[in-house]
Write a protein that binds this ligand. Structure first.
Ligand SMILES: NC(=O)c1ccc[n+]([C@@H]2O[C@H](COP(=O)([O-])OP(=O)(O)OC[C@H]3O[C@@H](n4cnc5c(N)ncnc54)[C@H](OP(=O)(O)O)[C@@H]3O)[C@@H](O)[C@H]2O)c1
Length: 344
């Protein structure tokens, strides 16, 4: 039987990985669309990439809503979620009601910390695979996906009972589902897809947070700076390094000493700054793009949750807390002004 994959959140990241998974032998890939439904239903996705060239990806089934996917009564081996993680706006785990069975694996391809929790709470018996990607992609118009660079995706089963106790018999199934998904991505041409253990994947998540928490809010608060211009600016680069070091020094204290060796193998704040200085393509962080277009930013999962998770263990992150407090208020002032304007 073919392996069936359903994508929830078929935007830049979801559609890009869907298009690669669709090339895996004996695999069908379907999507739930929202604002891009008409375009995708008519023409599929048009993908352009410096690595894979230009191609069209026609999903196996294109659903206009979660309800339509539910009505299809299809069963899914993997449900990949790549909506923006906005727990202050919606609990997207709700979308998956009646779409997952006990044998489905939910794959979360989203930035941030603590993103797995709503899914564990709602589907305690279902495998959750947690994925961190450093792909750079954008949906430039409905159904048109521009892959800019990078493909790295790190995936591990989310088994939080291992943080404080022993493994369970069901862990082996989750590890198997994880390994199979990584093989499927590799078969689809994603050569740097990599399987991780639960604890190592959480370390990778914290490491990505170091970059996101530094670049994203700083771009918004400096009125739309590019990553490179911030890394090249003498004062801003000190600030970026300060934020990254704060996250990278807090993470091993939260995750436990066993994670220290993994952090030693990942890029340091100096290395991240040097490589950002060289990337003068003019790219801006996603939070700035969301701010520019009046959308909600992923503040809670990139800033709020790390601050809260650290605080639960008696640790403060003053740089992150400052960025979080300022941007949260800026966002709420902006939304209030928008609401006021719409009433006039
Ligand atoms: N883009 C990147 O290069 C990149 C790189 C690394 C990590 N990430 C992370 O990956 C995640 C996804 O980012 P993205 O850039 O792919 O975002 P995106 O382009 O905005 O895609 C999100 C998609 O989810 C859809 N969606 C949201 N709620 C939905 C719902 N209830 N039902 C159906 N569809 C829904 C959106 O539809 P609408 O268009 O109708 O809103 C949109 O198509 C984020 O956590 C982001 O931080 C992104």
């Amino acid at each position: 039987m073919a392996t069936s994959v359903l994508i929830v959140g078929a935007g830049a990241v979801g559609a890009f990985y869907a298009s690669r998974l669709s090339l895996t032998p004996n695999t069908t890939v379907s999507v739930i669309c929202r604002s891009n439904y008409k375009a995708v239903q008519a023409n599929g996705f048009s993908v352009s990439s410096p690595l894979y060239g230009s191609y069209n990806f026609k999903p196996h089934r294109t659903f206009s809503s979660p309800e339509e996917a539910r009505k299809s009564r299809e069963t899914w081996d993997y449900v990949l979620v790549s909506t923006k993680a906005l727990p202050d706006v919606s609990d997207d785990s709700e979308i998956l009601e009646e779409l997952v069975s006990d044998t489905t694996a939910i794959v979360l391809v989203q930035n941030g910390l603590g993103i797995e929790e709503p899914y564990v709470k709602r589907f305690p018996k279902t495998t959750i695979l947690s994925a961190v990607t450093i792909v750079s992609a954008a949906q430039t118009s409905p159904g048109v996906i521009k892959h800019n660079r990078w493909t790295r995706i790190s995936i591990g089963p989310y088994l939080r009972h291992l943080d404080s106790g022993e493994g369970r018999p069901s862990d082996a199934r989750a590890v198997g589902q994880n390994d199979k998904f990584v093989r499927m991505l590799k078969d689809g041409g994603i050569k740097d897809a990599e399987a991780y253990s639960h604890s190592k994947l959480q370390a990778v998540r914290w490491h990505k947070i170091a970059i996101n928490a530094a670049m994203n809010p700083s771009s918004v608060l400096s009125a739309g700076s590019t990553n490179a211009s911030m890394a090249l600016d003498p004062e801003l680069s000190i600030h970026l390094k300060g934020v990254m070091d704060e996250v990278l020094s807090t993470a091993p204290k939260v995750l436990g000493p066993a994670s220290s060796s993994l952090f030693e193998s990942l890029a340091t704040s100096e290395q991240i700054l040097r490589s950002t200085q060289k990337n003068t393509s003019g790219s801006k962080p996603s939070m700035q793009l969301d701010w520019e277009s009046g959308k909600r930013m992923e503040l809670e999962v990139i800033l709020g949750n790390p601050v809260r998770i650290a605080r639960e263990q008696g640790l403060e992150m003053p740089r992150l807390q400052t960025l979080y407090a300022l941007l949260k208020m800026a966002q709420s002032n902006r939304d209030a002004a928008k609401q006021q304007k719409s009433k006039m």
